[in-house]
Design a protein around this ligand. Structure first.
Ligand SMILES: C[S@@+](CC[C@H](N)C(=O)[O-])C[C@H]1O[C@@H](n2cnc3c(N)ncnc32)[C@H](O)[C@@H]1O
Length: 507
């Protein structure tokens, strides 16, 4: 298709949500690195480039009704879906465009943006489109505005790139719709590996990586492996391109990257500490940890470091636990492996934020947190967030408007759950972000409506589509066993997930 520039368009992308796009999370990353950030509760203008089905943008618009959201993607099917969802959930602050990046750059009807985000785009498109993106940023991002950008990078992808090329080439040679190319290409690469290919033998873990692809979402694999345009970039390449749009690197949105003890040995830390140039330092860090995917925050203009905001804002920023307390996992993973966080510090903090949003200043006044130093509390909250077990919260002001907006949005997600199993995230008015809620949990939530029984509702929903619960990889065929399994799952949901969804304002 001429408008697509080699981008896969005959197979739509997934319906994912990515927390790094949430202004509340971006703001925390910037605060931690002592950079000033647009306040997530302020009246901001937010833009997403290459929004796919628009799930991230729609969820964020629902959870942040005070922010105006603008998003574009040139795939009309995806934009139609995104617009329909925004319309049926009455998101007046969400504006979708079906523009290519080149067309979007030329628009005269856009505001200046505080935040521009692009996830899974930059290394999957031709150089010309990357230039269009830089042009949008140059023209439309406010001074001091931020850009969130993720991309496949070198050196981490270097060893697997030839495998990707083989899959791509096999797919291209076979021809036909992209969706039909993935399976045969994977089988072909498996045959090459099994023939004793020296390439596969020379890369540790590559065989397992290939095997894992078989189990992954086909639409994702197609977009990652079958695209004509696919270019690996060094951090230094991206930094150079974005510097043309007046951007400088500010922080990693992968929060745990900022925690040296789990990522770097003492020698590595000293080595990096001795590098004055920030681009060389960050690129060298990628060599040290063999980084293959980066999630970066850049800022427009050199904004001086703000150690004052770190102290004053972080101490009063509330956090909430985003996993059931029973599932708290204090093994924190970094490039060096897993490190055990202190039970004596982290568990009481987790218990407190499992009761609802609390700031470090509030935690230290709670009897359970009173023996922990304020700095340690702030670090624990940050690390729990990096480990996807906590999240910063928006202020209580505006909570009612947020709740009204997310209730409308979440209600539509629940209405669709019986018929469409792809929408696996819901909007939280507490965090201003999206949270995973699997389909069974959505059916149980929908079944909590007045005069309905969650178990009966879920059973009926599955029966209507001829679906059965799956245990040990097999659908349960015996009716009595199926009913008992459903009852067990409802009890587990009510004991564990429901309290979590209530504290996130989703239930
Ligand atoms: C890998 S998907 C990522 C989608 C979404 N950001 C996500 O992470 O779920 C890349 C998206 O970029 C869009 N895209 C690619 N090139 C584009 C261009 N030149 N202009 C507008 N959209 C483009 C595609 O249609 C696709 O939806």
């Amino acid at each position: 298709m001429s408008w697509s520039g080699g981008y896969v368009t005959d197979l739509e992308y997934t319906y994912g949500f990515y927390r790094e796009l949430a202004p509340s999370l971006q703001s925390l990353a910037l605060l931690w690195s002592r950079a000033g950030a647009p306040s997530p509760s302020g009246k901001l203008a937010y833009c997403e480039l290459g929004c796919g089905h628009g799930m991230s943008a729609n969820i964020l618009a629902a959870a942040n009704p005070g922010i105006e959201f603008f998003a574009t993607d040139f795939n009309p099917g995806q934009v139609a879906f995104a617009r329909e969802l925004a319309a049926s959930t009455q998101l007046a602050n969400m504006h979708f465009f079906e523009d290519s990046f080149a067309e979007f750059a030329e628009r005269k009807d856009l505001p200046e943006f505080d935040i521009i985000s692009l996830h899974g785009i930059y290394s999957w498109i031709k150089a010309e489109y990357r230039e269009n993106i830089c042009e949008i940023i140059r023209r439309r991002l406010k001074p001091g505005g931020i850009v969130y950008i993720s991309y496949n990078c070198l050196p981490g992808w270097a060893a697997a790139a030839p495998m990707r090329h083989l899959l791509y080439l096999h797919g291209k040679t076979s021809g036909g719709p992209t969706g039909t190319r993935v399976g045969p290409a994977l089988d072909f690469a498996a045959k090459v590996e099994a023939s004793g290919s020296r390439y596969f033998q020379s890369v540790p873990g590559l065989k397992q990586r290939l095997e894992k692809l078989h189990g992954q979402n086909r639409n994702y694999v197609a977009h990652e492996y079958m695209n004509d345009a696919w270019q690996l970039l060094y951090f230094s390449d991206v930094a150079a391109e974005l510097s043309e749009a007046k951007l400088g690197f500010a922080a990693s949105a992968a929060l745990l990257d900022a925690i040296d003890v789990i990522n770097l040995t003492k020698e590595q830390k000293a080595l990096l500490g001795g590098i004055a140039d920030p681009v060389l330092r960050e690129t060298t860090r990628d060599y040290i940890i063999n980084q293959q995917f980066r999630r970066d925050l850049f800022v427009k203009g050199r904004v001086p470091a703000r150690s004052d905001v770190f102290e004053t804002e972080l101490v009063d920023l509330p956090f909430v636990l985003t996993v059931p307390l029973d599932d708290l996992n204090l093994t924190i993973k970094g490039a060096l492996g897993g490190a055990n966080a202190s039970e004596g510090v982290y568990r009481p903090i987790a218990e407190i934020i499992a009761e609802g949003p609390r700031s470090a200043r509030q935690i230290v006044t709670d009897a359970r947190g009173s023996k922990i130093k304020l700095q340690e509390i702030m670090q624990a909250l940050y690390i729990l967030t990096g480990a996807e077990q906590a999240h910063p919260c928006l202020p209580p002001e505006g909570a009612d408007a947020r709740r009204a907006s997310t209730d409308r949005f979440n209600q539509v997600i629940l209405e669709r759950a019986p018929h469409f199993s792809e929408l696996r995230y819901m909007a939280s008015p507490v965090t201003g972000s999206g949270h995973p809620v699997d389909r069974m949990a959505q059916l149980f939530l929908a079944g909590r409506a007045p005069n309905t029984d969650p178990k009966h509702f879920a059973e009926q929903a599955l029966a209507r589509r001829g679906e059965r619960l799956v245990v040990d990889g097999k659908p349960v065929t015996d009716s009595a066993v199926h009913e008992a399994e459903m009852a067990k799952r409802v009890r587990a949901f009510e004991a564990k997930q429901l309290p979590l969804l209530k504290r996130l304002g989703i239930a």
